[in-house]
Design a protein around this ligand. Structure first.
Ligand SMILES: [Zn+2]
Length: 119
C-alpha cells in the first residue's frame, strides 16, 4: 500500500502519512490511531505498541512482543504491523511435525521494510 493510498483511506494529508512513516511524528491520538488501524486493517493496539517502540530497551519486552505476534499469526491474522518499523509484515503459518511425528503449527513473519524476522 502506498503512502498516497493510506492518506486517502485515512483522510490525512500525504505529507502527514509520510511523516508518520518516517518516524517524524510518532504520537497518535486515539481517534487517529483507530483511523489508521482501520485503513491498514490492523489492531489499534498494535499501532500503539509500535509508537512506543522508542522506549523499548530490554530484550524481555521484545521477546513478549514476538510472543504476542506469534499468537496473532496463529489465530489467523495476516495483516500485522512490524514491531520495529510499523511496516506491514508478511505472515505465514507453517505446518511441521515434532519429534514424535505429531503435527503442529508455527508462525513465521518477516518485514518488507526493515530487517525484522520472526522465526
Ligand atoms: Zn519492519
Amino acid at each position: 500500500m502506498s503512502v498516497w493510498e493510506v492518506a486517502k483511506l485515512c483522510r490525512f494529508k500525504v505529507q502527514r502519512v509520510e511523516e508518520l512513516e518516517s518516524g517524524l511524528e510518532t504520537w497518535l491520538s486515539a481517534a487517529d490511531r483507530q483511523i489508521i488501524a482501520k485503513a491498514l486493517a490492523i489492531e489499534p493496539a498494535l499501532l500503539k505498541e509500535v509508537e512506543t517502540r522508542s522506549g523499548l530497551s530490554d530484550f524481555d519486552e521484545i521477546g513478549s512482543k514476538e510472543k504476542l505476534l506469534r499468537q496473532e499469526i496463529l489465530s489467523g491474522k495476516t495483516k500485522l504491523a512490524c514491531p520495529q518499523c510499523a511496516g506491514l509484515l508478511v505472515c505465514t503459518v507453517e505446518n511441521a511435525f515434532d519429534i514424535e511425528d505429531r503435527p503442529f503449527h508455527f508462525a513465521k513473519a518477516f518485514c518488507n521494510e526493515c530487517t525484522f524476522i520472526l522465526r
